[in-house]
Design a protein. Structure first.
Lengths: 274, 246, 240
């Protein structure tokens, strides 16, 4: 009984052209990873991971990506709130501006960071004059570049959640005497918690994978600016074995994160799960 | 609406395919050139095409080591021009013997326009307050840089190992870094956005840029013609751009 | 009079112009068809929607008066609001919901919980204190919402369709419970409903709004005896 019923449901549910194309699409996404895993020198896996160069890059990536994700949360949530709830002219233009780095070629983002936060940039020159500080070639440059490209993922996720959240709960809280800040902390933030988790994880994953803006803006120095992504790219020219192992580590991490996130992200995106 | 969207997608895809296949009557020549040669090859490409209207040259540029990797993985190219001979030797099995050095280059210290940090020699690169950068190992300019510094007995405190010469140039012209050793032709190509400091001849090395036809080429005559052009008519252009011609 | 409000709100394709006065301990019912402006009236009184002209005063204090540039924000008004669908905060327990207003005003946790517990006893729900809103029935949720609104000792209590979310079988008993509870509240009360039975049981006086204007006011019996418009006639026809 059970089998026949589930079979019938599949027949009813999906038109065959959809199934065919969907299957091809799955294969399209799976093949590159199969190819990569097939070339991976599994026997060398732990040798390569044990190399201090690799461990340095891995540790730097973890530190910078966690910091960037935290910065995205701290600065991105207020921005998302303003974009979702604020009423001011040019809001769409502001949204486009603040999420553009997501679609720009990362190298362009890196060059743009030069003109703003670089030692001769409109803002960076003051940092250099007053504090002798420059982002480029420092770990802060990596964090800046990662945050620049990663934060839009959080902003868009959280903005959608705030839009979908029922603003009347905030009205109820205010009518009970909650200040706007108190209501934001006690009502708004808990209501969008799944989206916050999803947004932070997406931003973190993007920061972990960031390469173009980082190498363009921050440079490449082991322990300071050489992240996993940069090490992977550069190793491709010199030691393909190392590049493959690093790639496998990144793939495993990304898959684990997205797999663990599947319901939360879908829920936050469609508003079906609370 | 959905049908119309589907048609638009189909038209765009067809357009994209069509764009890739026009000029069918011209035979295509794929040239891979090190990024330090990219600007020169763009000019040489149009000159060569003017002289050979039936050939369509396509130049792909990248770091020599990256291009070598592509060749080892079967990239369908006809000609490979590297920034150094050791990269050429690495892919010797993929070359029609033998490669030829078609241009030489000198090394210079690239600094900000007008040399505000007053860098006069390789020894000045040891100053602690100076940000000096180079390329990662495996990139030809790194090999040349190490050689020059060893000759001068200088140990520079590098702050970044860029992916290629382009990374060094970008960071110096943007003011992020103070100095780096690059090819003289790179300094010339940046115009007023950077200055070059000469390295004395006894410390300098001559960078030799080799070129070869790849065994995978199906248009070896055209490829050979291009190589011959660089060693003949193209020499004037190369010299104008700051290269030496052996 | 506790509440003295005479104001208008002008929007793109809608104007609400009303004159509302309620005494302490009195319940005014506001009836009218969907879109008549009933909820907007409550939101204006609560400070969730600013008025365009006129003024709102509560016990002699001006809460909103655009001509004098006075606007007391919602969180500063001594107004309790029982919302349609109750809007209990889903991430908090029942008792945390009731204690919210006191906590928001800076009362310490123990005092707030003690007061919330008294209110839950008042509405007969103290044994449900630690449940989440999703675990209680609609009628219970309504009483929690009432307790929550009363926790801050409002001088004006607003109730927006407090019975609309309930199914027919429980409505009658919940209505009589609510009637009993409201009898113990000494603040002025305004009840919005579209059901004349609610108005008859729960209110002392009523006004009927159509298209943003008050078309009739008085007690249930005086209005039922002489309906001013076809809508009022149809609304009260079955009951009188």
């Amino acid at each position: 009984m059970k089998t026949s019923r589930s079979t019938r449901r599949v027949d009813d549910g999906a038109p065959w052209p959809v199934i065919v194309v969907a299957t091809l699409t799955i294969v399209f996404f799976a093949l590159p990873f199969i190819g990569l895993l097939g070339r991976t020198p599994w026997s060398d896996l732990f040798d390569v991971l044990g190399e201090s160069r690799v461990r340095t890059a891995l540790w730097l990536s973890i530190r910078t990506s966690v910091t960037s994700a935290s910065a995205s949360l701290l600065f991105g949530v207020p921005l998302a709130w303003v974009l979702a709830r604020g009423r001011f002219p040019g809001r769409s233009a502001v949204r486009a501006l603040c999420t553009m780095s997501m679609v720009l070629p990362p190298v362009v983002g890196g060059v743009a960071l030069f003109f703003s936060f670089g030692r001769q940039g409109v803002f960076g020159r003051f940092l250099d004059d007053w504090f002798s500080f420059q982002f480029t070639f420092s770990v802060w440059g990596v964090i800046l570049a990662q945050t620049f490209v990663a934060m839009p993922y959080l902003v868009l996720t959280v903005e959608a959640a705030i839009r979908q959240a029922d603003a009347r709960y905030e009205d109820a809280a205010r009518s009970l005497g909650g200040s706007r800040w108190y209501v934001f902390r006690r009502i708004t933030v808990p209501a969008i918690r799944p989206a916050l988790v999803a947004g932070v994880v997406l931003a973190w994953a993007r920061a972990l994978g960031e390469f173009g803006a980082t190498i363009t803006f921050a440079g490449n120095f082991p322990g300071t600016t050489q992240t996993m992504s940069i090490a992977t790219y550069l190793a491709l020219d010199t030691d393909a074995r190392e590049a493959l192992v690093l790639s496998v580590v990144m793939i495993a991490t990304s898959f684990a994160v997205l797999f663990g996130l599947r319901d939360r992200w879908m829920g936050a995106a469609t508003g079906t799960t609370r | 609406m959905r049908v119309r969207a589907g048609i638009i997608v189909a038209v765009l895809m067809a357009f994209g395919v069509a764009c890739g296949s026009n000029d069918a009557e011209r035979s295509r020549l794929d040239v891979m050139a090190a990024s330090s040669l990219a600007t020169a090859f763009e000019i040489l490409e149009s000159e060569f095409e003017a002289a050979n209207p039936d050939i369509d040259v396509r130049v792909t540029s990248g770091s020599s080591s990256n291009l070598a990797l592509q060749i080892e993985n079967g990239a369908p190219a006809d000609v490979f021009a590297s920034a150094d001979e050791s990269t050429m030797t690495k892919v010797a099995g993929f070359l029609v013997p033998d490669y030829r050095v078609f241009a030489t280059n000198e090394l210079q210290i690239m600094v900000a326009p007008g040399n505000p940090k007053n860098i006069r020699s390789l020894a000045d690169l040891q100053a602690d307050d100076l940000i000096v950068i180079t390329a990662q190992e495996g990139v030809p300019i790194r090999g040349y840089t190490d050689e020059v510094l060893t000759r001068a007995g200088v140990v520079a405190n590098f702050r970044s190992f860029e992916a290629n010469v382009g990374g060094i140039v970008t960071k110096i012209t943007n003011g992020a870094a103070d100095a780096g050793i690059v090819y003289r032709t790179d300094v010339i190509a940046t115009g007023s956005r950077a200055s070059g400091v000469d390295i004395p001849a006894e410390q300098n090395v001559v960078a030799r840029h080799p070129i070869a036809v790849l065994t995978s080429s199906t248009r070896r005559d055209d490829a050979a013609a291009f190589v011959a052009f660089l060693q003949g008519l193209g020499r004037d252009t190369l010299r104008e751009l700051g290269f030496g011609t052996p | 009079m506790t509440i003295d409000a005479r104001f208008s709100i002008v929007r793109a394709n809608f104007t609400l112009a009303v004159d509302v006065h309620v005494a302490p301990g009195e319940t005014l019912a506001v009836l009218g068809p969907n879109g008549a402006g009933k909820t907007t009236l409550l939101r204006a009184l609560a400070g969730l929607a600013p008025i365009t002209s006129g003024s709102i005063g509560l016990d002699g204090t001006v809460l909103d008066d655009p001509d004098r540039s006075v606007f007391v924000p919602a969180e500063k008004r001594p107004v309790g609001f029982v919302f349609q669908d109750y809007l209990l905060f889903p991430n908090m327990t029942v008792i945390e919901n009731v204690a919210f207003g006191l906590r928001a005003r800076g009362t310490d946790s123990d005092t707030a919980r003690a007061r919330a517990n008294e209110l839950l006893e008042w509405v007969g729900l103290s044994e449900h204190a630690e449940k989440k809103p999703g675990q209680i029935s609609g009628g219970q949720a309504q009483r929690v919402a009432l307790a929550r609104a009363m926790a801050v000792s409002p001088r004006l209590l607003l109730l927006d369709e407090p019975l609309a979310a309930l199914d027919v079988t429980t409505r009658r008993s919940v209505r009589s419970d609510l009637s009993r509870l409201l009898g113990a509240v000494d603040s002025a009360r305004i009840l919005v409903t579209h059901d004349p039975r609610d108005a008859r049981v729960l209110s002392d006086r009523m006004i009927i709004i159509e298209n943003g204007r008050i078309v009739q006011s008085g007690t249930f019996d005086t209005i039922a005896a002489d309906p001013a418009t076809p809508y009022v006639h149809e609304l009260l026809g079955d009951l009188s």
